[in-house]
Write a protein that binds this ligand. Structure first.
Ligand SMILES: [Zn+2]
Ligand SMILES: [Zn+2]
Length: 287
């Protein structure tokens, strides 16, 4: 019994190990396939995106690993590409034309701060609340709406294979509550976003990073969103967003049980160069 995972970060961006360390761990655990998805470059200085001058080396290194490990595990080359409204996306940047096997589209930046820097909400809570104050005058509804509007535009314009951590804007809620997910406006916003995703045919990843990094644990997207995804028959896959080789399937057993409880019967996997649906139980994919 084994898993697959296509969302991982190495030393080329903000991950903690060499790309090869991850594939070795995946082979060890009997994974049939493994995917790399470093944070693609953005057009400004960033702590965690890959600098653009490293991109050719990243692609070459993955090509080498792909060939060195053929016969042992299928290796896929991907990128997690930022969508930044009005500024950046896989199409606007041309990153979509690179020789890669898949793209994860994610929104991490939702505006520009008074000092000109780009506001990444996906950092420490202090920075998040400061940014919302400076940029949105503490109007959380406005900030959250901006986030989902960017998600919708990303699905429409960039049409990535995978929508990354779809409701991550909720991540700091336990630190200081700013979002009640039961409020009507929020439910409608999520519904509207899912409808765009359904029409565009993107896959939504079930991202387990919040299960092993946050207290209390968080799954992206959460259970009620997953129930709606199930009703809409939007394809899902399980990704751990690993930044360390020890995290390649962290949280998968928990998430798989929850998905089975909702009624999901299969997960989408990239095997033999083709996205396909595979049955699963809490211990792994069923081949
Ligand atoms: Zn991300
Ligand atoms: Zn990521």
């Amino acid at each position: 019994m084994a898993w697959v995972n296509y969302h991982s970060h190495s030393l080329y961006c903000d991950g903690k190990a060499f790309p090869e360390d991850y594939v070795n761990q995946a082979v060890e655990k009997g994974f049939p396939a493994w995917g790399y998805s470093s944070h693609a470059p953005v057009p400004f200085a960033s702590m965690w995106n890959m600098p653009s001058e490293k991109l050719p080396e990243y692609l070459e290194e993955l090509t080498r690993i792909k060939s060195d490990y053929s016969g042992k595990i299928q290796v896929y080359k991907g990128l997690e590409i930022d969508y930044i409204e009005g500024l950046w996306g896989s199409r606007q940047s041309g990153l979509i034309n690179l020789p890669i096997d898949f793209t994860i589209g994610s929104v991490h930046y939702i505006g520009q701060l008074p000092d000109g820097s780009h506001f990444c909400f996906d950092g420490q809570p202090e920075g998040f609340f400061k940014g919302i104050e400076l940029l949105y005058q503490n109007d959380f509804r406005k900030a959250i709406t901006t986030y989902y509007q960017a998600e919708m535009r990303m699905a429409e314009v960039d049409n990535p294979d995978i929508i990354g951590h779809m409701d991550k804007i909720k991540m700091h809620n336990a630190f200081r509550p700013y979002l009640n997910e039961e409020e009507k406006w929020y439910v409608s916003l999520v519904e509207e976003t899912l409808e765009v995703i359904r029409q565009k045919g993107n896959m939504v990843e079930v991202n387990t990073r919040g299960l092993y990094k946050h207290m209390p644990p968080l799954l992206y997207p959460g259970k009620w969103v997953l129930e709606r995804i199930h009703r809409k028959k939007i394809p899902i896959l399980l990704n751990s967003d690993s930044h360390h080789p020890d995290e390649i399937d962290s949280g998968f057993a928990y998430a798989a049980e929850l998905l089975l409880g909702i009624g999901f019967q299969s997960l989408r996997v990239l095997i033999d160069g083709k996205w396909q649906d595979k049955a699963f139980d809490k211990n792994g994919l069923l081949f």
